[in-house]
Structure formats: structure tokens, C-alpha cells
Design a protein around this ligand. Structure first.
Ligand code: HEC
Length: 136
């Protein structure tokens, strides 16, 4: 390969690297919405706002704050009875999402955390795996 060729390769690589580093819309800094949009928006709303007395908002939920470690279990097993933190919610069922892979669950937890969480920190996949092992 000629020196000229090598140079243009380098330029392309640099351009690609620069493009990868640039923030592209919201999805980079605020996590990947794919899993949320697919499974949760229908009830909890695209902004996590919930739906009147039917579905609780996720914004301000304790599961995105001090009870974050319980979130993966809540999602994978669903909710049958009334949950303690649901403010106005009565006893409406939330389906179980046990089919989510560990990768999907982690991506979901981080998306929720980055958008409506109080901690603002992202969680490693192995931590989510650990939390899932201790489901009640
Ligand atoms: C079919 C509607 C429905 C879908 C879909 C759904 N949920 Fe829920 N969710 C509910 C209901 C109803 C409750 C409240 C249950 C109760 O209080 O008895 C709830 C409660 C919650 C809570 C606790 C909120 C609080 O009050 O602190 C979290 C967190 C949550 N859902 C996350 C999710 C996530 C993440 C998804 C997507 C994987 C999801 N939900 C999909 C209906 C749904």
C-alpha cells in the first residue's frame, strides 16, 4: 500500500472515530430506549408519566431510587398485588417480563435510571445479574 493510500485510510479512521464520539441525539447520553419502547410505553407512557389512576408514573418511583436493586425483579416477575410505593394505584396487574435477556434488562434499567432515576448512575450487567439472583 502506498503512503498516500495509508494516509487516506488514516483520515477515514479518524473521521469514523470522531463520528462515534459525537453525541447523536438523546439516545447516546440517555441510554437506549429500545426495550422500554417495546414493552413499557403502552402502560407507563413515553415520558414515564403513567396513565391516570391506571398505571403509575415511573418518574419519581422508588424503584428508580432507593429500591433500584429491586427493579429487575419487579420487571421480570411483574406485579400481582398492590405494591407499597404505587401512590394512587389500586390493585392492577403488571405483566411479567421474564423473557428479557440479561442484556435487555440491563439496558432497560440504565435507560430508566438515566431518564427518570434519582441516582443517575448506570449499572453494570453483572450487578443486574446479581440482583436478579436474589428475587423473592
Ligand atoms: C399492561 C400494563 C403494564 C406494562 C406493559 C408495564 N407495566 Fe409497569 N406497572 C403496571 C401497573 C398496573 C403497575 C402498578 C401495580 C400495582 O400497584 O399493583 C406497574 C408498576 C410498575 C413499577 C412500580 C412503580 C411505582 O409505583 O413505584 C415499575 C418500576 C414498573 N411498573 C416498570 C415497568 C417496566 C420497566 C415495564 C416494561 C418492561 C413495565 N412496567 C410494563 C402496568 C404495566
Amino acid at each position: 500500500m502506498s503512503a498516500e493510500h495509508l494516509l487516506s485510510w488514516w483520515r477515514m479512521l479518524l473521521l469514523l472515530a470522531a463520528a462515534a464520539l459525537l453525541p447523536s441525539g438523546c439516545s447516546d447520553s440517555r441510554g437506549d430506549p429500545t426495550v422500554y419502547r417495546k414493552h413499557c410505553t403502552s402502560c407507563h407512557g413515553s415520558q414515564g408519566q403513567g396513565l391516570r389512576a391506571l398505571y403509575p408514573p415511573l418518574q419519581g418511583s422508588a424503584y428508580l431510587g432507593e429500591r433500584l436493586a429491586e427493579l429487575p425483579c419487579l420487571v421480570s416477575t411483574g406485579v400481582r398485588g398492590t405494591i407499597v410505593t404505587g401512590k394512587k394505584t389500586k390493585n392492577i396487574r403488571m405483566p411479567a417480563f421474564s423473557q428479557l435477556s440479561l442484556e435487555e434488562m440491563s439496558s432497560l434499567v440504565n435507560y430508566l435510571q438515566l431518564n427518570w432515576g434519582t441516582g443517575g448512575e448506570t449499572v453494570a450487567e453483572r450487578t443486574v445479574a446479581q440482583w436478579l439472583r436474589s428475587c423473592p
